[in-house]
Design a binder for this molecule. Structure first.
Ligand code: GLC
Length: 535
């Protein structure tokens, strides 16, 4: 796939995004919950690591039923995290270091404690009634239709006082906003402007595909593939509740607001198949800059499947659309737990050498694993609503490990989630001192990506390779880098492509390996990956 010229590329194209889950990054006041002053204390770490932009999961006032994804005021900071002054100080310090800041925008719903919803539920003629989605009961008094909440149960909640139901795609404490109401749309646009005016460089937009539902409120069809053990919401196909055609005008509206400011980025959280996902770039790229590509999260971890995914995704991108890749976030199990420690090293190399903007999840650079959470400590409302099928998200949200002491240097108090095992080995301090660590590998990869335009912005060309390996060329202005990744556990001898028979190794995922010159073929260890310059 061809990439545009570097001079026209923006920071969010050549940069690397790092997601911070603010509750778990650094506590500064001993309450066991991370906060903004804590993040500010750790900015030197982020520059040392070598990332370019930080995305913060929600930091706005919230009853925390869904840990900040239930917002009760879009225009302030929750006291747990600090104040607007702390926020401004953080932005100032980040910009001084050349770091960009991306906030989470949650447009699909508010908290039921948001004053808008409090007004909306007051009576049927309240001007804010139509800001949410209200419906009369079905003739039998039950919910208006069969729509299901992502977090279990019906998506409709009955309101005694006004005799109608309101729709909530997530918790009943997260009523859905009505994006067909023009006043609501204008108000939400002003939310974006409020933060852009404070210097925010972009937004990650929560569940963008969920913003609109069928205006005729038709039932969703049954999912013929539904089986026990699956999430209850998967009992239906979400034909009428996600990805509705009018979403296109919503995303162009959001983009127009971002375009009022220079060099801002919109990243969309969208869980859809590739062919639908890419429509969120919008007509002639008038939509979202980076619709999140989660294909590396869901996929079985094999070279053959990944090869297919990369080709399909590259092939589906509209002309000029910028790709992006994600291997972990706050909603999914940690990569180390999914595919093992060696696999995670290879995944880091894949993430940081594919074409497109990578998003890293805090702690993955240390190889942090899922921390098992005993039932009495479970915090995640999804796990509480739907226990026992492994949907819990707490294990991947545990505190960042800065050192081997006490609570890993995260807090002086008692952390809101347990720290987990293996702290002595897996923490910033000890891994920083160990050239063979996951942290050192990540830093080397990030440094190389910064030095080599071919890696950051170069063209991508998949190369034929052993079935259990991936090989691709990244090239820019005549310089070519060849990436070879061995997904099998055993050693493999791989031929260099005929157009690039001579190469010099720049980096191996095995820190102990001498960087040699390679001719015609290279022997890789099990789950080893290498980056070479073609000479
Ligand atoms: C997104 C968030 C998730 C949240 C949900 C509801 O999927 O990433 O954490 O629970 O939206 O807002």
């Amino acid at each position: 796939m061809k990439t545009g010229s570097t001079s026209t590329l923006a920071w969010w194209q050549h940069g690397v995004v790092y997601q911070i889950y603010p509750r778990s990054f650094q506590d500064s006041n001993g309450d066991g919950i991370g906060d903004l002053p804590g993040i500010k204390q750790r900015l030197d770490y982020l520059t040392w690591l070598g990332i370019d932009a930080v995305w913060l999961s929600p930091i706005f006032p919230s009853p925390m039923r869904d840990f900040g994804y239930d917002i009760s005021n879009f225009l302030d900071i929750d006291p747990i995290f600090g104040t607007l002054a702390d926020f401004d100080a953080l932005v100032e310090q980040m910009h001084r270091r050349g770091l960009k800041i991306i906030l989470d925008f949650v447009p699909n719903h508010t908290s039921d404690q948001h004053p808008w919803f409090q007004e909306s539920r007051r009576n049927r003629i309240n001007p804010r009634r139509d800001w949410y989605i209200w419906r009369d009961p079905a003739p039998d008094g039950g919910p208006p239709n069969n729509w299901l909440s992502e977090f279990g149960g019906s998506a409709w909640e009955h309101d005694e006082a006004t005799g109608q139901y309101y729709y909530h795609a997530f918790l009943k404490q997260q009523p859905d906003l009505n994006w067909r109401n023009p006043e609501l749309v204008r108000t939400m646009h002003d939310v974006l402007r409020f933060w852009f005016d404070r210097g925010v460089d972009g937004f990650r937009i929560d569940v963008l595909h969920h913003l609109l539902e069928d205006s005729a409120f038709r039932d969703n069809p049954l999912n013929p593939e539904f089986a026990p053990g699956m999430r209850p919401s998967h009992a239906l196909l979400r034909v009428h509740t996600v990805d509705q055609p009018e979403i296109q005008s919503v995303i162009t509206g959001l983009r127009r607001v971002a375009d009022e400011y220079p060099e801002r980025v919109l990243i969309g959280e969208i869980h859809l198949p590739i062919e639908r996902l890419v429509t969120y770039y919008g007509v002639e790229l008038s939509g979202i800059h980076l619709p999140f590509n989660f294909n590396l999260i869901g996929a079985p971890w094999s070279a053959a499947i990944l090869r297919e995914i990369i080709a399909t995704y590259e092939g589906a991108l509209p002309q000029g659309a910028w790709p992006n890749w994600v291997v972990g976030n706050h909603d999914t199990g940690r990569i180390v737990t999914r595919i093992g420690a060696n696999g995670a090293r290879l995944a880091q190399m894949l993430l940081l050498t594919l074409r497109g903007t990578p998003t890293m999840y805090y702690g993955d650079e240390l190889g942090m694993a899922d921390v098992p959470i005993p039932p009495e400590l479970v915090q995640d409302p999804f796990e509480r609503n739907v226990p026992g099928i492994g949907v819990g998200r707490d294990p991947a949200r545990t505190p960042m490990r800065w050192s081997g002491h006490n609570y890993g240097g995260f807090t002086d108090g008692r952390p809101w989630l347990p720290i987990g095992q293996g702290l002595a080995r897996c923490n910033v301090e000890s891994e920083g001192a160990d050239p063979g660590s996951m942290l050192s590998l990540t830093r080397r990869l990030l440094r190389l990506r910064r030095e080599e335009a071919a890696l950051a912005v170069g063209d991508y060309q998949g190369m034929p390779c052993d079935e259990e390996c991936l090989s691709y060329l990244r090239s820019h202005e005549g310089r070519q880098l060849l990436v070879m990744l061995n997904f099998s556990e055993g050693p493999r001898r791989l031929s260099l492509p005929p157009q690039a028979p001579n190469a010099r190794m720049l980096l191996s995922s095995d820190a102990g390996r001498p960087l040699q010159t390679v001719r015609d073929s290279i022997a890789l260890q099990g789950t080893e990956g290498v980056i070479m310059e073609v000479v």
